[in-house]
Design a protein around this ligand. Structure first.
Ligand SMILES: [Zn+2]
Length: 168
């Protein structure tokens, strides 16, 4: 402000940022008995929320934009599986699948000791497999995290302020 009470620099207009264009996805839900059912609105919103949060990180944006630019890309299939005590994905490029449990916290080793990966972090990890086609194990001799953790999970979780995973 100057002494007259006027702002010297014009304030930026209060225009909201354009919402990210999310990749197309479809989803299937399996309940705790393993039965498939129609996804509910909260299930869809959760997938949208996590895709947005991933897209808001530089690495997340990169892998999603890269996948979307590929002519063979038709979308992501998210299998929401409430019984599954893990996460997994299918690396087939034309038809990337991830299977994921919104209630599952994966145990991880962090620099400050044992921790738990949040469900959104597990989602981001699986998306790394599905879209960037990075694996966990090619250089696994010492239990070091593989390319999927290093290239995708770490920068995305790091942008959220979450600690790195130091072993796999
Ligand atoms: Zn993995």
């Amino acid at each position: 402000m100057d002494p007259d009470g006027h702002q010297k620099n014009k304030p930026k207009p209060l225009v909201s940022k354009k919402p990210p264009v999310l990749p197309p996805f479809k989803y299937v839900v399996r309940d705790t008995k393993g039965e498939s059912k129609d996804g509910s609105d909260p299930d869809r919103k959760l997938v949208e929320k996590y895709l947005k949060e991933i897209y808001d990180t530089p690495r997340g944006k990169e892998i999603i934009d890269h996948a979307r630019a590929d002519k063979g890309f038709v979308g992501i299939v998210v299998i929401i599986d409430y019984k599954f005590q893990n996460g997994e994905s299918d690396i087939d490029y034309d038809d990337p699948h991830i299977r994921w449990n919104p209630g599952y916290y994966a145990p991880i080793d962090t620099p400050s000791g044992p921790g738990r990966a949040s469900p959104r972090r597990v989602f981001a990890h699986e998306l790394g497999h599905a879209l960037a086609k990075d694996y966990d194990y090619p250089n696994n001799q010492n239990g070091n995290p593989g390319p999927n953790v290093t290239n995708n999970e770490k920068p995305i979780a790091g942008a959220w302020g979450e600690p790195p995973r130091i072993r796999y």
